[in-house]
Design a protein around this ligand. Structure first.
Ligand code: F6P
Length: 354
């Protein structure tokens, strides 16, 4: 078998970057490399002589559309290693709405075929997986999705790569916000990311011992939120109040002004923003990401050629058909429900008390 006979597998990261994406790439690369080495050893008696080659696709689906392929050379081997201790994604990411058009995907499939790519791994959130499912159906290629997003909004996996790191960043910032809030006896309204998903806000509020949390699921309208804060302020037992809210629910600047007017207590708002996406991945994210990468790479050596998503369920990695993964409903067992209970136990008001 010479180099041209290698089975080429493409990998890309798409959508919002998430800490740990680089660790997935490392897990996939090292596993494909070691499987190829094992298969090439003489005298093992194995009939599997296949060799795999990982091909990096830069800047997500946009890079695929623009044929941004990178073969792994000595410099990239070094970068893959260094990347395991770096945030972001070493191969770049992009938001690419045009991928929703069939014609755009057709061009991408033609490019993949021209590049002799036999399998595709995409690391990202729901949007990335939706695109991957279409590529899988329209091309017949084996595709594997790995959940990588800080939002933790992939229902088929208890945790997504990047969530834990972002959570740690938020908690670290909430602790700092508490210190200044205590010093000035202020009310602070802190907005986290998460898109439609409240997991970042809920988990962070529980971990940082905050006073109130509002997420989309809790469905607290703006006047009710202000009323709650007012009530809590009158009964407050702490010097300060820290309220955590998920993005896209309220105009936090406006809410802060209204609370200040109602309570006569100095109130400030903080939007944590993209800072939540940065930073070196936590140990948990590195571990999860690496294991998901290994799991995905091993699928290419299996006889089962179906397209799947990797998920963490009951502390085990599982393969879920892509369509089933996309159709997985949000279950009450999902961790946010547990976090809500933790908040109630701590005496923090949630919807139950409204
Ligand atoms: O999906 C990750 C995420 O950080 C969301 O939490 C947020 O809504 C969005 O991306 C922000 O994206 P951008 O950086 O493109 O504005």
């Amino acid at each position: 078998m010479n180099d041209t006979d290698k089975i080429r597998i493409g990998i890309l990261t798409s959508g919002g970057d998430a800490p740990g994406m680089n660790n997935v790439i490392n897990g996939v690369y090292k596993t494909l490399r070691s499987m190829s080495f094992e298969n090439s050893k003489a005298g093992t008696g194995s009939t599997d002589k296949r060799k795999f080659e990982l091909v990096l696709i830069k800047n997500g689906y946009k890079g695929l559309y623009e044929s941004e392929f990178q073969t792994i050379n000595a410099q990239w081997i070094q970068l893959i290693d260094l990347g395991t201790q770096m945030g972001g994604t070493i191969i770049g990411s992009a938001r690419f709405k045009e991928f929703e058009n069939e014609a755009t995907r057709k061009k991408c499939i033609d490019i993949l075929r021209k590049e002799n790519i036999k399998g595709l791994i995409a690391i990202g959130g729901d949007g990335t997986t939706t695109g991957l499912q279409k590529i899988s159906v329209e091309s017949g290629m084996q595709c594997i999705g790995i959940p990588g997003t800080i939002d933790n909004d992939v229902n088929s996996s208890e945790f997504t790569v990047g969530f834990d790191t972002a959570l740690n960043t938020i908690v670290e910032n909430l602790d700092k916000i508490r210190q200044t809030a205590d010093s000035h006896s202020r009310i602070m309204i802190v907005e986290t990311m998460g898109r439609e998903c409240g997991d970042l806000a809920l988990h962070a509020a529980a971990a940082a011992n905050c006073d109130l949390v509002a997420t989309k699921d809790l469905n607290i309208l703006e006047p009710a939120l202000i009323e709650l804060i007012k009530q809590m302020y009158t009964k407050k037992q702490r010097r300060s109040m820290v309220v955590v809210v998920t993005e896209n629910l309220y105009d936090v600047k406006k809410v802060a002004k209204m609370i200040e007017a109602e309570t006569k207590c100095e109130t400030r708002s903080v939007v944590l923003g993209q800072i939540q996406r940065g930073g070196t991945a936590s140990a948990f994210d590195r571990y999860l990401a690496t294991m998901m990468g290994v799991f995905a790479a091993e699928r290419f050596a299996n006889s089962n050629k179906s397209s799947i998503c990797v998920g963490l369920q009951g502390n085990r990695l599982v393969a879920i058909e892509i369509q089933d993964a996309l159709n997985t409903p949000k279950t009450p067992e999902k961790n946010s429900a547990l976090a809500a209970k933790v908040l109630r136990l701590s005496g923090i008001i949630t919807k139950k008390n409204i």
